[in-house]
Write a protein that binds this ligand. Structure first.
Ligand code: LLP
Length: 438
């Protein structure tokens, strides 16, 4: 299994900056996101804080949409809410014309709260509870991607009781290695996801005969942070073959949901190009006559976000440790997947100073609470700030209150101004709803 972490030479601070046009370094104001000084945001709301750039998210959505338009391939984009679920972010993608891909009733309700019509929501996931299905079906969810025969029976029963007909797509497990980190690959036979190709024809036919459900097509999602088109080609060829076989067997197949997974350049490895992806999709689905849908998350939001942290102190203990006020409870990806995130100082003078290796760590009582090892960074005085880059996807959504650390604030930069979109959690809120029995 390939590792998702790129192993080339580490980019220098200048390279990190040069590769991200949303970030600029100003002599006075220091590091800016879309022209807004990050120090001003940290002054206003403290650290740790997430900051997202609206223009970057819009530009990435447009790049993906335009890549398909250039190929003449109509594509319905359903933003994967799990990547970044702020109402402000969901509402931004709604304005761009996106639907949503959700995996829990919480995500479903968030998406509709942000104004995304239930009919534009696809409900995915390997285990949806009866209560979740009832709520989603009652609200008119557009499509449910099912992952087992058991689930089809469950949906049929609930939908029949409610007097509705659920459009379902069968998620096929194509048994393709996406070449990504083992913890985020989903399209191998050994993974818990999807239905084996051999079982699809019988289940599709069974679904077509059941009340309350209408099988509309095939869905797929083979993993995340995928950097090459090859695994997609292999998977989609199998999907297209399945669609043809189902039709030959007399089934009606209208939809091919091709999932998400487009990788981005964390360590300046080239991300998956939307043009190459769109060209692959076109080649494989040409003449198939299906309505194409996709569910991207990371590609749209990853590079748009940073996590701001302040240096608490620099500890010299044989090694140099830069101890931040941000931690693994905020950004879990390095601890969970050994993920590499760029780190830049906010201060222009620090940015230009000589660098030395440092381990960048948080204050949590776990050795895994480490953002970087032997990273070349300048001296940053206590109170000085850093930005952890490309933290817009799977950042805030995966944060926890471990060590009784309240959730960080979140800020949206838009049109040269910044807006608080989630206030920092109050310490008292951590236990406000707890009950001591007796
Ligand atoms: N659709 C389905 C059914 C999914 O399971 C996922 C992600 C997506 C779409 C969106 O994938 P994307 O385009 O964002 O790659 N926490 C991990 C990533 C987990 C991805 C899970 N599924 C990380 O931080 O790398």
């Amino acid at each position: 299994m390939a590792d998702m972490n790129f192993t080339g030479p580490e980019p220098r601070l200048e390279d990190l900056l040069a590769a991200r046009k949303q970030l600029t370094m100003h002599a006075q104001d220091g590091l800016c996101l879309e022209g807004v000084p990050l120090n001003a945001i940290a002054d206003a709301f403290g650290t740790p804080s997430w900051v997202y750039g609206a223009a970057t998210m819009r530009a990435r959505f447009a790049a993906l949409r335009d890549a398909f338009a250039a190929e003449g391939v109509p594509m319905h984009i359903h933003y994967a809410v799990k990547a970044n679920d702020h109402l402000a972010v969901l509402s931004l993608f709604r304005e761009q014309g996106a639907g949503a891909d959700v995996v829990s009733i919480g995500e479903f309700m968030r998406a509709t709260k942000a104004g995304i019509a239930a009919r534009n929501v696809v409900y995915s996931g390997v285990g949806k509870s009866a209560a979740e299905l009832e709520t989603a079906l009652g609200a008119g969810v557009g499509q449910i991607n099912v992952e087992s025969g058991e689930e089809i029976e469950m949906i049929s029963a609930i939908a029949s009781r409610l007097g509705v007909v659920a459009s379902i797509a069968l998620r096929m497990n194509p048994d393709v290695d996406a070449g990504t980190h083992a913890k985020i690959t989903t399209g191998l036979a050994e993974n818990k996801f999807g239905i084996a190709a051999a079982d699809i024809p019988a289940l599709y036919a069974r679904a077509a005969g059941l009340p309350g459900v209408r099988p509309v097509g095939i869905a797929m999602h083979i993993g995340s942070q995928i950097l090459s088109t090859e695994p997609y080609r292999l998977a989609y060829e199998k999907g297209a073959a399945m669609i043809r076989a189902l039709r030959e067997a007399g089934q009606s197949v209208d939809v091919f949901d091709i999932g998400g997974g487009l990788g981005i350049g964390y360590q300046d490895e080239p991300g998956l190009s939307p043009h190459a992806f769109a060209a692959t999709v076109k080649q494989v689905t040409q003449g198939l006559g299906v309505r194409l849908m996709m569910e991207p998350g990371r590609y749209l939001v990853g590079p748009a976000g940073v996590l701001l942290g302040s240096v608490i102190l620099e500890k010299q203990a044989g090694k140099r440790f830069l101890v931040l006020d941000a931690a693994m409870n905020d950004l879990a990806r390095p601890a969970m997947y050994d993920a590499w995130h760029g780190i830049l100082p906010l201060d222009a003078a620090a940015y230009r100073s000589a660098t030395m290796p440092a381990d960048v760590v948080g204050p949590i009582c776990e050795s895994a609470d480490q953002f970087a090892t032997d990273r070349l960074l300048p001296e940053i005085k206590p109170g000085g700030r850093v930005a952890l880059l490309d933290a817009g996807a799977y950042g805030a959504v995966m944060s926890s209150a471990y060590n009784s650390r309240p959730r960080a604030a979140a800020v949206l930069v838009d049109g040269g101004r910044f807006h608080l979109i989630t206030p920092r959690q109050e310490i008292e809120a951590l236990w406000a709803e707890e009950i001591i029995p007796g």
